[in-house]
Design a protein around this ligand. Structure first.
Ligand SMILES: [Fe+2]
Length: 199
């Protein structure tokens, strides 16, 4: 079967590969390798269970956004989203968080060593302190969000920033007036069911 034209999707994979290759960690290198290889891997649709179109449009149009925002918006028709429903996360928080896995065991393109995806958060959303088995890095694409890592005070992180969470490190994020768009990557133990919210 002929694959549809996926040039805009592949452009996003390539741009993300460049970003994570510049992270300076082994996990970033693994993500970059997987993103590059995904351009030669079949694309598959996933079940779309959430529709962040309005907030995605708003955050991609943010004048302070990283150039990756334009790549995300260009390939929006290729992205299937779901609410992030981690164990212990309140339903009213989940309803404000949209995620898609681009590359990984459950992604648009299959890979087994990493997960790489996008996350959109509505404004005024407090994603509580939580932890998980995967070693994780976020890259801020649009919107200034406040982060705590390992018990640190909440600190504003702007587009272009990396935020690293070692495996099992507690971390939380809250948005204020702006919605948020970020790219995330996991390496190591990729078990999503390891996620838990701290008491
Ligand atoms: Fe996380």
């Amino acid at each position: 079967m002929t694959q549809p034209d996926r040039s805009s999707f592949d452009a996003l994979l390539g741009a993300l590969a460049e970003v994570f290759a510049g992270e300076g960690r082994l996990g970033g290198d693994l993500a970059a390798d997987a993103l590059s290889a995904a351009g030669r891997t079949p694309y598959r649709r996933m079940t779309s269970r959430a529709d962040p179109h309005a907030v995605l449009k708003s955050t991609c149009a943010n004048r302070s956004a990283h150039p990756l925002a334009a790549s995300v918006w260009s390939c929006r028709d290729y992205l299937d989203w779901t609410a992030w429903e981690g164990e212990g996360l309140a339903t009213d928080v989940s309803a404000n968080l949209y995620t898609t896995e681009l590359v990984g065991p459950d992604g648009h393109c299959i890979a087994d060593a990493v997960r790489v995806g996008l996350l959109v958060s509505n404004a005024d959303t407090d994603y509580p302190v939580s932890r998980h088995s995967g070693e994780e890095t976020y890259f801020v694409i649009s919107g200034v969000a406040e982060w705590t890592v390992g018990g640190s005070p909440y600190t504003a992180q702007a587009p272009g920033c990396f935020i690293h969470h070692p495996a099992w490190m507690p971390h939380g994020r809250r948005t204020r007036a702006e919605p948020f768009l970020g790219a995330w990557r996991w390496s190591g133990d990729l078990d999503l069911s390891s996620f838990s919210v701290d008491d």
